[in-house]
Structure formats: C-alpha cells, structure tokens
Design a protein around this ligand. Structure first.
Ligand SMILES: Cc1cc2nc3c(=O)[nH]c(=O)nc-3n(C[C@H](O)[C@H](O)[C@H](O)COP(=O)(O)O)c2cc1C
Length: 207
C-alpha cells in the first residue's frame, strides 16, 4: 500500500489552498507545451466517475478566430447579466474570463453513456458531477505546475457547441482558460473585493 508522509499532505494542502481562478488580466505569453498540456489532461482521466463511466470529453481550442467567436458569446451574456446585478456596480469592473489572453482554451463536455450507468439511476446528474471532478483534477494539477486555469460559465452552452462544431449529445460543463500567469492571487478576488465573504467550516456544517 502506498502511504503518504505528512510532508506530502502539507504539499497537497498548499496546492489546494493556493489554487486560484486565473482571469485574462493575469495570463502571460509563456508557452504551455504539449507535454504540459498532456499532464493536465491525464490528471482529468484519473478523476472518480459514477459507475466508472468517464463521461468527460475535451475540445482543445487554440485558434484565435474561434476564441474571438467564443469571447463574443461571453460578452453578450456578460452584458445581459448587467441588469441582474445592477444593484452591485462592482460587477461592471470585474474581469470574468481570459478567453483571448489564455493560449489554451478547453471546452469540457459531459457525454451521456448509451448503456445504463451503475449509480446513475436515481441521481441523473451524477455523470455531470463526475466531469466537475475531472475539472478539479485539472485545476489542481495546473496549479502544481504553476500554470493558471480559469473557469468561464457566463456563456450559452448551445452557442459554444455550435461555434466548436460539437454535437448536441455533448453538454458543456465548463469552458476553461489555461496558461502561465504573472501571479496567483493570495485569496479569491471576489473575497478581496468584498463581493462575497469566506464561509467558516461551522457555517457549512448542517445541524
Ligand atoms: C462552476 C464554476 C463556474 C465559474 N464561472 C466563472 C466565470 O464565469 N467567471 C469567472 O471569472 N470565474 C468563474 N468561476 C471562478 C469563481 O469565481 C472562483 O472559483 C471563486 O470566486 C473563488 O476564487 P478562487 O477560485 O480564485 O479561489 C467559476 C467557478 C466555478 C467552480
């Protein structure tokens, strides 16, 4: 049995605690090699998945004109959300993506299994949760490699499928922006800007 030392646990905790959502104003020009990208993607394949269904699919986007089209989609959705957040003027100043700045974008999809999946009979969305687990692995692995990753969800999934020419049996779970970063913020930006407060463990434990 493989046992880990407390030093290794400390390292894992450090990686978890220093993972940040990296947005466009932080990416720099340093190239992410194919070898590095493969390490990040392979980490996704190690994620747990309901009934070992491995329902994740990845579309890697590097092409500038495709990124521009995705960005336009984001921008439309972002501007539409202004109304919802009009009581919070800070919204307008937030940078909430890095689609064009990040050298690599990855659209991560859920592909429903044609066969019955063990464990998914009652909780139908457990396949989608499995894809989220894969994204978390990628996020932490990238952080351990000092590579930034940002998750964009302010897009209409169907429009993204269309731009990327991906069939509708693939459901978009997350649109990721990946690249080296000039810095990792010490704490979540939305905390620093007082958009949200950090919850304590006590607040998260139900009585
Ligand atoms: C499902 C999901 C969707 C997210 N969507 C966005 C997004 O559209 N734009 C953005 O700037 N950040 C997005 N984030 C990042 C969160 O804002 C961020 O994780 C949170 O503020 C905590 O900051 P940290 O990740 O730097 O610790 C998303 C995160 C998750 C898990």
């Amino acid at each position: 049995m493989l046992n880990f030392s407390t030093k290794e646990l400390d390292t894992l905790t450090k990686i978890i605690n220093s993972r940040r959502d990296v947005r466009g104003n932080y990416f720099n020009d340093k190239k992410v090699s194919n070898k590095e990208l493969k390490i990040i993607l392979e980490s996704a394949l190690q994620a747990p998945s309901v009934g070992y269904s491995q329902p994740w699919r990845f579309k890697i986007v590097k092409n500038k004109s495709i990124k521009n089209r995705v960005f336009k989609q984001f921008d439309k959705s972002y501007k539409k959300s202004f109304k919802k957040f009009k009581k919070r003027p800070l919204y307008k100043s937030l940078k909430l993506e890095g689609i064009k700045e990040a050298p690599i974008n990855i659209a991560v999809f859920y592909k429903k299994n044609k066969k019955q999946v063990l464990g998914q009979t009652y909780m139908k969305r457990s396949g989608e949760y499995s894809v989220v687990c894969a994204i978390c692995n990628m996020w932490l692995t990238a952080r351990a490699m000092n590579i930034g990753l940002g998750w964009v969800s302010i897009v209409k999934p169907k429009k993204i499928n269309k731009i990327l020419n991906i069939s509708k049996e693939h459901k978009l779970i997350g649109y990721l922006c990946i690249g080296y970063t000039k810095d990792f913020l010490e704490e979540p930006e939305l905390k620093t800007l007082k958009w949200e407060k950090k919850k304590s463990l006590k607040e998260c434990i139900l009585k």
